[in-house]
Design a protein around this ligand. Structure first.
Ligand code: FES
Length: 89
């Protein structure tokens, strides 16, 4: 997270739940359905802890030019363990 912010969420929680844990808008969510691209994150550590990306998410990330396999749409992630992410500008 930006500035080393650490947020704890229950296992299986969508990453969108982060907004309920802090008043800061750490991730800029928009549509919350994988269609706008506002919530692109770079996964620094724990990629597998965010669940599997489906084909729609992978295709959309490719459309956005995020093709190196370290990016996810935060709104499509389910937290399964620890992960470190960075918001993409
Ligand atoms: S909030 Fe729109 S793609 Fe994630």
């Amino acid at each position: 997270m930006p500035h080393g912010t650490e947020v704890l969420l229950p296992e299986g929680a969508p990453l969108t739940d982060i907004e309920y844990e802090t008043p800061q808008h750490l991730i800029p969510f928009g549509c919350r359905s994988g269609a706008c691209g506002a919530c692109v994150i770079e996964v620094i550590d724990g990629f597998r802890s965010l669940g599997e990306a489906d084909l729609d998410e992978t295709d959309f990330l490719e459309d956005l030019g995020r093709t190196d396999g370290t990016y996810r749409l935060a709104c499509q992630c389910r937290l399964l363990g620890s992960a470190t992410v960075r918001v993409v500008e």
